[in-house]
Design a protein around this ligand. Structure first.
Ligand SMILES: Cc1cc2nc3c(=O)[nH]c(=O)nc-3n(C[C@H](O)[C@H](O)[C@H](O)COP(=O)(O)OP(=O)(O)OC[C@H]3O[C@@H](n4cnc5c(N)ncnc54)[C@H](O)[C@@H]3O)c2cc1C
Length: 386
C-alpha cells in the first residue's frame, strides 16, 4: 500500500515548525487535515533558550523559565533601567517547549511525526518529499524550514552578519543577581573594537544565564567567548566562587538574504529559512507565533499562506543597519546607545516588532547619528561595497 496523501507536510520540528503544528492542531478549521512532520532530530535536548517580549499573557506562559518586568541597558555613556510594562520579557527553555509539543502532537492521530531527514522536495499539487530512508511522501502543501544551499555559499550581494554567542548558566554561593531585572546589553566590556556585549538573565539571586554576544561578520574561537565570560563574571559581577551548570553556543544569521524567495507553488519557507529572523536583532521566536497566525488566517480564507508576512519598509531599515554592522562594526555600540538613550523601551519593542507607524519610525530613526546611515545608504545604492 502506498503512503497516504497528506494535506500538509512540515519539514523541521523547530521553533517555527512546531509553533505552526500546534496552531494547526488547535484550530477546528483544520480538524480533518492530515499533517506529516519530518525531522531527523529527536528534539529532546535543551539546545537553546528562547527569549522574547510580549504584552500581557501569552501562549507559552505555562512553560516560561522566567519573566521580567524590568531591563537594564549599559554602555560607557549610558546606564539606564527600564520598566517594561505593558510588556514582559519572557524566557523559555527549548527542552520544555519540545517536550510539550511532542506530548500534544504524538497523541493526535491526525499527525504523523517521523525522524527522517528530507533530501528533496519536488513538484506541486501534490508535492513529493524524498527522505534519507528512500521513502517518498506526498502532500498538498509543504512548510519547509531547511536553509537553501545558496545561503551557505555567501557568493551574492547580501549582507551576512552573525549573532554569535556563548552563554553560561552559573550558580553562585552568595547573592549577587537582582532576579527582578535582566541586562539586555552591557557594552562596557567588548572584544577588541567589535560590536559585542554581555547579556544577563538572572533566574534568582544566585543563578543566572550570562552570555557574551557578538553582532559581527566573523565568528571567533571558542576561547574568546570563554575568556570574556570569565573576565566579566570576575570583574563586573563579583560573584566569588561559582559553578557552571550548563552552557549554550549559538550562531544566528542576521541577514537580508531573501530566503522567502525560495517559497514557490506548493511550498513555503518558514522560520530562519523563511526570513523570520529579524535581521537587526536576531529574534525570531515571537515572529514564528505572529506569522503562524497570519498563515492560518490565509489558509482559512483560501489565500497564499505567505501573503502579508514580511514588511518591505522595515526590512529596508534592517538592511541599512546590517550594512553598518558589516562595514563599520565598531559603530554598533554607539548606535545602540543612541537608540536606548532617546526612545522608550516600549517604542523600541514596537519598532523591532515592525508594529510602528511611519511617524514613530521617523522619531526612532532620527535618534541615530545620520552619518553611518547615509554612508550605508550610499554603499547599498551605488554598490560601493568591499
Ligand atoms: C542557541 C540559540 C539561541 C537563540 N535564542 C533566541 C532567543 O532568545 N530569542 C529568539 O527570538 N530567537 C533566538 N534564537 C534564534 C531563533 O529563534 C532560533 O534559531 C529558532 O530555533 C529558529 O527556528 P527555526 O524553526 O527556523 O529553526 P530550528 O528551531 O533550528 O528548527 C529547524 C529544524 O529543522 C530540522 N531540519 C534541518 N534540516 C532538515 C532536513 N533536511 N529535514 C528535516 N528536518 C530538518 C532541524 O533538525 C531542526 O529541528 C536562538 C538561536 C540559537 C541557535
Amino acid at each position: 500500500m502506498g503512503n497516504p496523501l497528506y494535506d500538509y507536510c512540515i519539514v523541521g520540528a523547530g521553533a517555527a515548525g512546531l509553533q505552526l503544528a500546534l496552531a494547526l492542531q488547535q484550530d477546528t478549521f483544520f480538524s480533518s487535515k492530515k499533517i506529516l512532520i519530518l525531522d531527523p532530530d529527536p528534539k529532546t535536548a535543551n539546545d537553546r533558550t528562547w527569549s522574547f517580549w510580549e504584552q500581557g499573557e501569552g501562549l507559552w506562559d505555562h512553560l516560561a523559565w522566567k519573566t521580567w518586568e524590568k531591563a537594564r541597558f549599559i554602555s560607557p555613556g549610558l546606564e539606564k533601567s527600564y520598566d517594561l510594562l505593558p510588556y514582559r520579557y519572557k524566557t523559555l527553555r527549548s527542552a520544555d517547549f519540545y517536550r510539550y509539543a511532542t506530548e500534544k502532537i504524538q497523541k493526535d492521530e491526525r499527525f504523523t511525526w517521523l525522524k527522517e531527514r528530507v533530501e528533496e522536495v519536488q513538484g506541486h499539487h501534490p508535492v513529493t518529499i524524498l527522505t534519507d530512508t528512500g521513502t517518498r511522501y506526498t502532500a498538498d502543501f509543504v512548510f519547509d524550514s531547511r536553509l537553501p544551499p545558496e545561503f551557505k555559499t555567501g557568493e551574492d550581494e547580501y549582507c551576512r552578519v552573525w549573532q554569535h554567542f556563548k552563554g553560561w548558566v552559573i550558580e553562585t554561593e552568595k547573592d549577587c543577581f537582582d532576579p527582578a531585572e535582566f541586562t539586555m546589553m552591557d557594552f562596557r566590556f567588548r572584544w577588541k573594537d567589535r560590536c559585542s556585549f554581555i547579556y544577563v538573565l538572572p533566574e534568582s539571586s544566585r543563578r543566572a544565564l550570562v552570555e557574551f554576544t557578538f553582532f559581527s561578520p566573523v565568528l571567533e574561537e571558542q576561547a574568546v567567548y570563554d575568556e570574556m565570560l570569565l573576565r566579566y563574571i570576575r570583574d563586573f559581577l563579583d560573584t566569588g566562587p561559582y559553578h557552571l551548570v550548563e552552557q549554550e553556543y549559538g550562531v544566528i544569521p542576521m541577514t537580508d538574504f531573501p530566503f522567502h524567495r525560495y517559497s514557490r507553488e506548493g511550498l513555503m519557507k518558514i522560520g530562519t529559512a523563511g526570513s523570520w529572523v529579524k535581521p537587526s536583532s536576531g529574534y525570531s521566536f515571537s515572529n514564528a507565533g505572529r506569522f503562524t497566525k497570519i498563515i492560518l488566517e490565509n489558509l482559512r480564507n483560501g489565500r497564499k499562506p505567505h501573503k502579508g508576512i514580511l514588511s518591505g519598509r522595515h526590512r529596508k531599515y534592517d538592511t541599512l543597519f546590517l550594512e553598518i554592522l558589516r562595514s563599520k562594526n565598531e559603530l554598533g555600540p554607539q548606535l545602540f546607545e543612541e537608540m536606548y538613550r532617546n526612545n522608550s523601551i516600549q517604542s523600541i519593542f514596537r519598532f523591532l516588532d515592525e508594529d510602528t507607524t511611519p511617524l514613530e519610525e521617523l522619531k526612532i530613526i532620527s535618534s541615530f547619528s545620520a552619518g553611518p546611515f547615509l554612508d550605508a545608504l550610499a554603499r547599498k545604492t551605488f554598490g560601493m561595497r568591499r
